[in-house]
Design a protein around this ligand. Structure first.
Ligand SMILES: [Zn+2]
Length: 250
C-alpha cells in the first residue's frame, strides 16, 4: 500500500435527517435522489467517489492528477449552485402539499475540502480511505460554523487545502475560522460563503442566457427523473421546453 497525498472533497446536505424524519418517504426520496444526482453530476475525474455515508458523499483525488488544483474551488461553487438551482426549480414546479414537497426549501448544502495524506484500501468493489487526514476531513462535518456565522450552506476549506491549491482565502473573501477536535491540533479553516457569491445575480432572470443554457441543460437531465414519476407532484408545468422550465412558464 502506498501513501498518497491529495484532496478530500465531501458534500453534506444540511437538514437531511430532519427532512426525512418529518416527510412522506416517497416524495422525500425522490427529492433527495434528484439532489444527490445533481451533486454527483459535478463529481468528475480526477475526483473519485470513495463512498457515501448517509447524506455525505466522500470523494478524493490525488494531488498529482491536477494541473490546476484551484479548479476544485470552481467544482465546489458549481456543485452548490446546481444544488440550489435544482431545489428552486423543484419548488417552482411543484403544487404538491405533502410535507416533503413543502419542507424541501429548508435543505441546503455544505462542501468540505481538505488536503493531506491517505491510504486507499480496496474492499471488494469499494475503496476505503484511511489516515489521520481522512478522519479529520470527516470530523469537519461536525463544526461550529452555523453557530458562529449562521450559515446553513457554505464551503469549508482547510488551510492545508488552500495552500496546496495556491489560493489566497482573503482575496476570495473567505472568513477565517478555527475548529478544534479531540486528538488534533487546532485547525485553521476558511468559510466560503458560496450562497452569497453564487446566488448574487438573480438566478431565474433571463439576462445571462449562457449561464441559463448551461444550468438548464444540467437540471433538464435531472428533472424528468422526478417529474415523470409521481402524478400530482409536479403537474403545473410541462418539461419539454428547457428554457421555459427555468423561467417557470408553461
Ligand atoms: Zn409531495
Amino acid at each position: 500500500m502506498n501513501i498518497e497525498t491529495g484532496y478530500f472533497f465531501i458534500s453534506d446536505i444540511t437538514g437531511y435527517t430532519q427532512f426525512l424524519a418529518h416527510s412522506e418517504l416517497d416524495h422525500a426520496k425522490e427529492i433527495l435522489d434528484a439532489l444527490f444526482e445533481s451533486i454527483l453530476e459535478n463529481i468528475e475525474p480526477p475526483l473519485i467517489v470513495s463512498n457515501t455515508q448517509g447524506d455525505a458523499i466522500i470523494c478524493y483525488a490525488p494531488s498529482h492528477a491536477f494541473h490546476q488544483p484551484g479548479q476544485l474551488l470552481d467544482v465546489m461553487e458549481r456543485t452548490y449552485f446546481d444544488f440550489r438551482r435544482l431545489l428552486q426549480l423543484m419548488k417552482l414546479n411543484n403544487t404538491c402539499d405533502c410535507n416533503a414537497c413543502l419542507n424541501m426549501s429548508a435543505l441546503d448544502l455544505k462542501i468540505f475540502l481538505h488536503y493531506g495524506e491517505y491510504l486507499v484500501q480496496q474492499i471488494g468493489t469499494k475503496t476505503d480511505l484511511q489516515g489521520a487526514d481522512v478522519i479529520l476531513a470527516h470530523l469537519l462535518m461536525k463544526n461550529s460554523v452555523f453557530d458562529k456565522f449562521g450559515l446553513p450552506g457554505y464551503g469549508l476549506l482547510t488551510d492545508a487545502a488552500l495552500r496546496a491549491m495556491g489560493i489566497d482565502p482573503s482575496a476570495e473573501g473567505m472568513l477565517a475560522h478555527i475548529e478544534q477536535y479531540e486528538h488534533y491540533d487546532a485547525i485553521n479553516v476558511y468559510i466560503h460563503d458560496v450562497p452569497r457569491r453564487s446566488l448574487a445575480p438573480e438566478p431565474l432572470q433571463a439576462t445571462n442566457t449562457n449561464a441559463i443554457a448551461i444550468n438548464t441543460a444540467r437540471v433538464a437531465k435531472i428533472l424528468p427523473v422526478i417529474c415523470g414519476r409521481k402524478e400530482g407532484c409536479f403537474p403545473r408545468y410541462t418539461y419539454t421546453n428547457e428554457s421555459n422550465i427555468l423561467l417557470g412558464r408553461e
